[in-house]
Design a protein around this ligand. Structure first.
Ligand code: MEV
Length: 316
């Protein structure tokens, strides 16, 4: 009984926070950084043991509390595959995705584990089911998540996402070069999502109007992505960042990196994910990539990732 699974990181291109309130958002997978899981037979009588290598934790499934997100998805897969939890299994997890930076590390680790278990048990599974199982662990980590992280990570395709409806994968019509700059300030999504909820409850009219404007610009951004229109997409990212500031989820560290990217010639830049730290993304021309990367580093980015969205080859 052996299986392997892996899953990519992700970033939200546009629409974070408003997506929790039913507006559309666009997210893309980042395949350059991944989480992986290996399932193999364990020591006889040892039970199911989880080895979380990056955090140096080794623990028994039986001893994990109901709030443990990895234990939650393992129990769910055992139930769905009708496998008795008395098995002896080692589940080894590792991840290259930075934690609490808006790159979906929790969703990717859970997805890798779910894929590895279904492979080990020889049970067929589709992306929608994986996403549904991982959503349960996301609620333990993030409170009231929209479901966009588990969806884009499970489908590993650019997606147009509206809460409560099936995701729509779509094709980009050109090459879009992105830099992802880690502010180095961890930002648990649960906190910013909770703060936005409290602010929305105090002033629903203002927040609904901000979310409406974000929803409309996300729709225009999808068209820009499909047309391959970098200039338009950059402008929309810019406006989205301004609106996120008004919502109250930016921080000096985000604004500083956004300004640095724009001054160095980026088409657009914005925070991505929960905000107040985490990541900033910048849309750049290939020729400007190095200059913008250096500007982001000088402005304090602790880690940079470069990725390109490319049009998919037509299927034969
Ligand atoms: C987190 O990646 C994106 C947020 O919109 C929260 C969510 O959608 O659950 C901030």
């Amino acid at each position: 009984m052996r299986g392997r699974g892996s899953a990519p990181g992700k970033i939200i291109l546009l629409g974070e926070h408003a997506v929790v309130y039913g507006r559309p958002a666009i997210a893309v997978p980042i395949s350059d950084v991944r989480a992986s899981a290996i399932v193999q037979p364990g020591r006889r009588g040892a039970g199911i043991v989880i080895h979380a290598l990056d955090i140096g934790r080794h623990y028994l499934l039986d001893a994990a509390p109901p709030t443990d997100p990895i234990a939650c998805v393992i129990r769910e897969v055992l139930t769905r595959c009708e496998i008795a939890p008395s098995l002896d299994l080692d589940i080894t997890i590792s991840s290259e995705i930075p934690i609490a930076s808006g790159m979906g590390s929790g969703a990717a680790v859970a997805t890798a584990v779910v894929r590895a278990l279904f492979a080990a048990f020889g049970c067929p599974v589709d992306n929608a089911t994986i996403s549904e199982i991982v959503y349960q662990s996301e609620t333990l980590l993030h409170g009231t998540p929209s479901g966009i992280d588990n969806t884009v990570v499970a489908y590993e395709r650019p997606i147009w996402f509206v809460r409560g409806t099936p995701p729509t994968p779509f094709h980009v019509g050109g090459r879009f070069h992105l830099l992802i700059a880690d502010t180095g300030v961890p930002s648990p999504t649960r906190l910013t999502v909770g703060d936005v909820r409290a602010a929305w409850e105090r002033d629903r009219e203002r927040y609904e109007a901000l979310f409406d404007e974000i929803g409309a610009l996300v729709a225009s951004a999808r068209e820009a992505l499909q047309r391959g229109d970098t200039v338009q997409l950059g402008m929309l990212m810019q406006r989205n960042h301004t609106l996120l500031r008004q919502i109250g989820v930016s921080a000096d560290v985000n604004d500083r990196l956004v300004e640095a990217a724009l001054d160095a010639g980026a088409y657009g830049a914005k925070l991505s994910g929960g905000g107040r730290g985490g990541n900033v993304i910048a849309l750049v021309d290939e020729a400007q990539r190095e200059v913008v990367a250096q500007a982001l580093q000088s402005a304090g980015a602790v880690r940079l990732l470069s990725t390109t969205l490319i049009p998919e080859e037509p299927q034969p």
